[in-house]
Design a binder for this molecule. Structure first.
Ligand SMILES: Cc1cc2nc3c(=O)[nH]c(=O)nc-3n(C[C@H](O)[C@H](O)[C@H](O)COP(=O)(O)O)c2cc1C
Length: 203
């Protein structure tokens, strides 16, 4: 699909059809992480892909028992309906390792990090997944992960301490989600005017 066709279709979908997603499609979607940019080619992004029924139920449990709780009951099921859950994670240590290599040292020292590149790169990987899902004819949605849910996920899935969970991406065949659309920011907040988001030549 051409990028200009794909982009207008990019939106968070928070409800999925009870339809399996071919394994090869998922592999292509998550495989994009290897093409995502990363600072210094540190490649600190890590994905945990959960597709089996028990694992997905465990993800849902971790969210329900976490501080944000489960989804409202009178609305389309989001996490419960998703056939694929992808935890987008980052390993900060990969950045320190890479930037302590001779070609990256600044006056013999690791650079002073202007911003945490490990989170920047996780965001880039997340975007690749969102776009690749559309390219496969699928839909995707992102949920933040509160601290206590992240701890529960870490314990449930054996995620090492040096890997931080950045977000959950759900993927599947999109189903109507009018209830979510009505309450989530996309409909309740106006799009910021272009001139505010994008400035030309001088701030
Ligand atoms: C890092 C991140 C965290 C997000 N967390 C949530 C979330 O917890 N719950 C939710 O409903 N949407 C979440 N979203 C989706 C945003 O609400 C959504 O992208 C925004 O409202 C714009 O809508 P659109 O992506 O459909 O254009 C998140 C998006 C990002 C990038």
């Amino acid at each position: 699909m051409e990028f200009r066709e794909l982009l207008p279709r990019r939106r968070m979908v928070r409800h999925y059809a009870a339809q399996p997603v071919p394994r090869e499609s998922i592999e292509r979607v998550v495989g994009t992480v290897r093409r995502a940019p990363s600072a210094g080619y540190s490649q600190g992004q890590r994905l945990l892909v959960v597709t089996d029924e028990r694992g997905r139920a465990e993800v849902v449990r971790c969210f329900e028992e976490g501080s944000w709780g489960g989804a409202p009951e009178d609305i389309e099921p989001w996490l419960e309906s998703a056939p694929v859950h992808v935890l987008v994670c980052t390993r900060e240590g990969d950045y320190h390792d890479r930037y302590r290599m001779p070609d990256k040292l600044d006056a013999g020292e690791e650079i002073e990090w202007p911003v945490p590149y490990w989170f920047v790169d996780a965001g880039a990987a997340l975007m690749m997944i969102l776009l690749a899902a559309i390219d496969e004819g699928l839909a995707a949605g992102v949920s933040g992960v509160p601290r206590d849910t992240a701890d529960a996920l870490r314990a449930a899935f054996g995620i090492p301490d040096d890997v931080e969970i950045v977000a959950l991406v759900t993927v599947g065949v999109g189903a109507p989600d009018p209830g979510w659309s009505a309450i989530t920011s996309r409909r309740t907040q106006p799009r910021r005017p272009e001139g505010e988001s994008v400035r030309w030549e001088r701030w």
